[in-house]
Design a protein around this ligand. Structure first.
Ligand code: SAM
Length: 257
């Protein structure tokens, strides 16, 4: 078994390679012995692909442990918002297990479950989560399960704490992402807490923030706190891009007793 855990970044490598491949191909065409206007056209077409490939590669570098470690830093922010982590914790969309493993290490008396759909377009897997937990010495307290965030396989009020990072907006089997958040709230015990990080300022996905907050409040959420990510963690400019983390917010709160 490898001795180092593997935590991939949120940037899908296949997406990065597709954009890089297309831009290189279009640039290659500019070297062909074809009419100048076609070479110019190809060069111009390459520009947007190159731009996206650049954003994706530089974001990967900033998120990765070999670069700015921002992914780990964001998980640290979420962990720091969990006041008392001694109970039963659920991480929705656990990815490669990075956040839940940090929680397990920070709260040695907790017992934890990480669920994820681990769809084919992501480079994470259940096996990788289990291996990471084993390497980090917390596998005896974490259980990983394949399930969809839109229909959690748990009874109501099962968990003391529910966390989730950048997952609700990815859930494809529910059109309404606020409904996915409500499904997460369903499994929290009365008086239990949550910390969610997602692109909550993206109105196309979550609607107007005031309405989202009102909806959550009507759904029994109290002591709701909102933090714009860029206000609580200094991020490199490139990650402020709306397509990256410009719309990211942390929402934390409690389920009414
Ligand atoms: C941006 S990644 C975040 C992963 C992890 N939370 C982290 O912070 O490293 C989004 C995650 O959402 C998961 N996901 C997508 N659709 C899902 C669904 N319907 N149910 C549960 N997880 C889902 C993906 O498999 C992926 O792991």
């Amino acid at each position: 078994m490898t001795t180092k855990p593997t935590y991939q970044t949120w940037i899908r490598m296949n997406k990065l390679f597709i954009f890089l491949g297309i831009s290189l191909l279009l640039l290659l065409v500019t070297l062909f012995p074809i009419p100048v206007y076609l070479r110019l056209l190809s060069g111009m077409l390459a520009l947007p692909f190159l731009y996206i490939a650049f954003i994706l590669s530089y974001s990967t570098y900033q998120f990765a442990a070999f670069g700015g470690s921002y992914q780990s830093k964001i998980h640290d922010v979420i962990v720091s918002k969990v006041d008392d982590g001694s109970g039963i914790i659920l991480d929705i969309g656990t990815g490669s297990g990075s956040l839940i493993i940090k929680l397990a290490k920070r709260f040695p008396h907790s017992s934890l479950t990480g669920i994820d759909f681990w769809g084919q377009n992501w480079e994470y897997s259940k096996g990788q989560c289990e291996q990471n937990a084993e390497i980090e010495g917390v596998s005896d307290r974490i259980h990983f399960l394949k399930a969809s965030a839109s229909k959690l396989p748990f009874p109501d009020a099962e968990f003391d704490i529910v966390v989730s990072c950048l997952t609700f907006h990815e859930v494809k089997d529910s059109r309404n992402k606020t409904d996915v958040m409500k499904e997460a709230l369903r499994v929290i015990k009365p008086g239990g807490t949550f910390v969610f990080m997602d692109l909550f300022l993206d109105e196309n996905t979550f609607g107007k923030k005031t309405e989202l907050v009102a909806d959550l409040t009507m759904h029994g959420v109290v002591e709701l706190k909102e933090y714009k990510l860029t206000d609580i963690l200094p991020l490199p400019k490139i990650l402020w891009n709306k397509k990256v983390l410009g719309n990211a917010m942390v929402l934390s709160g409690k389920k009414a007793k």
